[in-house]
Design a protein around this ligand. Structure first.
Ligand code: 2HA
Ligand code: ZN
Length: 331
C-alpha cells in the first residue's frame, strides 16, 4: 500500500488514529502489545506457526485500555455475535491475532497482524476497535478463545462467570434473553488473561501414534520428567478430532478448561490458558518438550515403550514432596 492510500485509510478510520500516527506513540509501541507480538514471534521461532497456524488473545487490563483508548477507531466495526453469553466478559477488550495472519511476519506490521476487539455490555458480541488493518478480523478460533477466557476466569479467579454457548452457528444472532449471570464485569476480574493456540509437532505426532484420553496423556507427559507435573499441575484435557473454528470445538475446549489450563486438540494442536504471556507460553513449551522427550526415548528404544519413565510411585513422591497441587483426577 502506498503512502497516499495509507493516509486515506488512516483518515477513514478517524482522527484518533491520525493523532497516534502523528505523535508516534502508537498502540504498537505500548508494552502489552510489544510483549504480545514478541511472544507470537517466539512461537514462530519454535516452529509452531506454519503459514497462518495458531492464534492468541490477551484480555487487556484497565491501564492497557487507558493507554490505548485514544487510538481506538472513531468508527468501530459492526457487532458480531460471539456465540456465547458470558457476563464476566461484558465490556472486556482483547488484543487478538488476525484470521489468516502469519505469526512469521507479524512483527513487521503489528497493526495488520493484531487488533483489539471490545465486548458489548452483555458479553455476547464483539466489534473491532483498533488494528486488523485493511479490513481483517479476529482469528477463526475466536469462539474457542472467548469461551476459554470465560471458563478460566471462573476457574482461576475470584468471579462467577456462568455462560451459555450457542448451539448453532456462532455467527448467527444471539437471543440475549436466554441467560445472563450477575458475575462481576471483566474490568474487575483477575485470573487468566491469555489464551494461546499453537501447532506443535511433537504433541501432534503423539496423537497420531496412539489413542489418548486426558488421563493417559497427562500421566504419560508427567512421567517424562520430574518437572512436567510442576509446570502443568492441572494436566492436559484431550479433545478428539473436531473441525477447526467450530462451535463444537469451542464448547469441548471450554468444558475441559474447567479443570485444565491446557487442552490438546488431537491431530491439530494445543490451546493453553495463562495469567501472563510467559505463563501461557511456558505451559505450551513444557508440554511440547515433554512430548518430544517421550518420542525421542521411544525412538531410541526401537519404537517400544521406554522402560524408565517415572514410575507411579516416583510420580506420587514428586507430587507429595514438592507439594504440587496436581489434578486429583490424574494422581
Ligand atoms: O489460526 O490455527 O486452528 C489458524 C488455526 C486454526
Ligand atoms: Zn490451529
Amino acid at each position: 500500500m502506498g503512502f497516499l492510500e495509507d493516509m486515506q485509510e488512516t483518515l477513514d478510520r478517524g482522527v484518533s488514529t491520525a493523532r497516534g500516527a502523528v505523535s508516534g506513540v502508537a498502540v504498537e509501541q505500548l508494552g502489552f502489545v510489544k510483549s504480545f507480538v514478541r511472544t507470537c514471534h517466539e512461537g514462530w521461532l519454535q516452529g509452531w506457526h506454519e503459514a497462518n497456524g495458531g492464534n492468541m488473545s490477551y484480555r487487556m487490563t484497565e491501564s492497557d485500555v487507558s493507554a490505548a483508548r485514544t487510538f481506538f477507531y472513531d468508527e468501530p466495526g459492526s457487532w458480531v455475535s460471539a456465540g456465547i453469553q458470558a457476563q464476566c466478559l461484558a465490556g472486556a477488550r482483547f488484543l487478538v491475532t488476525r484470521a489468516g495472519g502469519h505469526f512469521r511476519t507479524m512483527q513487521a506490521d503489528p497493526s495488520r497482524g493484531v487488533g483489539i476487539i471490545e465486548m458489548d455490555s452483555t458479553g455476547s458480541a464483539w466489534r473491532v476497535v483498533w488494528g486488523f488493518k485493511d479490513g481483517g478480523r479476529p482469528t477463526s478460533e475466536i469462539g474457542s478463545h472467548l469461551m476459554a477466557h470465560a471458563m478460566r476466569m471462573a476457574a482461576t479467579g475470584s468471579i462467577g462467570c456462568d455462560h451459555a454457548a450457542e448451539t448453532a452457528n456462532p455467527a448467527a444472532s444471539v437471543d440475549r434473553s436466554a441467560e445472563v449471570s450477575p458475575g462481576k464485569s471483566a474490568a474487575a476480574a483477575g485470573g487468566a488473561r491469555v489464551i494461546y493456540h499453537a501447532h506443535m509437532p511433537n504433541l501432534a505426532a503423539l496423537t497420531l501414534a496412539g489413542a489418548f484420553d486426558s488421563r493417559s496423556l497427562t500421566r504419560l507427559l508427567w512421567k517424562t520428567t520430574t518437572e512436567c507435573v510442576m509446570a502443568v499441575p492441572t494436566g492436559v484435557g484431550v479433545v478428539g478430532t473436531v473441525v477447526p473454528g467450530s462451535p463444537e470445538l469451542a464448547r469441548a475446549t471450554s468444558d475441559l478448561m474447567k479443570d485444565h489450563a491446557a487442552v490438546l486438540w488431537a491431530r491439530h494442536g494445543l490451546i493453553v490458558a495463562g495469567e501472563t504471556l510467559d505463563e501461557a507460553f511456558g505451559l505450551a513449551h513444557s508440554l511440547e518438550k515433554a512430548a518430544g522427550i517421550y518420542l525421542a526415548a521411544r525412538a531410541a528404544c526401537g519404537g517400544q515403550e521406554p522402560p524408565c519413565l517415572l514410575s507411579d510411585e516416583e510420580l506420587a513422591a514428586v507430587i507429595a514432596g514438592c507439594g504440587i497441587p496436581a489434578n486429583e483426577a490424574y494422581r
